[in-house]
Ligand binder design. Structure first.
Ligand SMILES: [Zn+2]
Ligand SMILES: [Zn+2]
Length: 271
């Protein structure tokens, strides 16, 4: 049975739906677990306009409670956060980890130097006017930061590993020069990665991460799970059939699950 651990709530200001609608969709997609992982607060506040604030946390925990109550025994509801990895953010992540007995924390990179939220569609012009050497530099910076995030060992699950390709701007040549050092860092850290299907609906038209990355990650025995990054109930478990094909084609043998920040594994079964 499949899980979907990367989903959002309206508390981040760019998602919609009720706990009941999300639970209903997860059940109708035959998931065994529905995990809630909204964009975590980030200090110093106000940080940006697409996340929860610290004062939202009680409402967030209520939202999770409502989902659990409605789910009853029909599906397991897990609680998490999608945290932002920023240089020097370690003690803030520690504080977030203590706000609740979370089932898992996702670590994601949405920001590079000078607080540049590179995956925000408002930057499409900057991306499109970047030279090949600038794209190369941005990719280098992204993957170096991703390795540092893995090394921190602060996260159970590392989010959308190649989000940097979102607007389809990729360096030329073999991309293994970016992937391999990061895959080594992830393998050393013991953290899991997600196959995030949201990328299929972005300009890159491809899940995060790429098939080449997935194959290398399977070789390195990195734990993996499939997620949708749903910002609407109808997006829960979206494209999971295709994702399963990719996971199996990449030679993964099992999927990882989380409970109270402890991993377990289950054999891959079809939807
Ligand atoms: Zn979001
Ligand atoms: Zn994200």
């Amino acid at each position: 049975m499949l899980t979907d651990y990367h989903t959002h709530t309206p508390l981040c200001h760019h998602a919609e739906g009720t706990p009941q609608e999300f639970v209903d969709q997860a059940i109708s997609c035959n998931l065994s677990e529905y995990g809630i992982s909204d964009h975590a607060p980030q200090s110093p506040e106000p940080f940006d306009d697409w996340r929860m604030t610290i004062s939202d946390i009680p409402k967030y925990l209520e939202w999770i409670q409502e989902a659990k109550a409605y789910a009853n025994n029909k599906i397991i509801v897990r609680s998490g956060l999608e945290c932002d990895w920023l240089p020097g953010n370690e003690s803030w992540i520690d504080q977030l980890s203590l706000l609740h007995h979370w089932d898992y924390l996702i670590g994601s990179i949405h920001y590079l130097e000078n607080k540049w939220d590179f995956d925000n569609p408002k930057w499409i012009g900057r991306w499109n006017s970047s030279s090949p050497s600038e794209i190369d530099q941005i990719w280098t910076q992204y993957w170096d930061e991703y390795s540092r995030m893995a090394h921190s060992q602060l996260f159970d699950l590392l989010g959308h590993p190649d989000l940097i390709k979102k607007f389809s701007q990729r360096p030329t040549g073999d991309l293994r020069r970016f992937y391999e050092p990061t895959i080594q860092a992830i393998a050393d850290s013991g953290s899991a990665i997600e196959l995030n299907t949201a990328g299929l609906h972005k300009p890159c038209c491809e899940q995060y991460p790429s098939e080449q990355f997935l194959k290398l990650a399977a070789e390195a025995n990195i734990p993996i799970t499939i997620t949708s990054d749903a910002h609407h109930p109808k997006e829960v478990a979206r494209d999971f059939k295709e994702a399963l094909d990719l996971i199996q084609g990449s030679n993964f043998k099992q999927l990882v699950k989380f409970e109270k920040r402890t991993k377990s594994f289950s054999a891959i079964t079809r939807l």
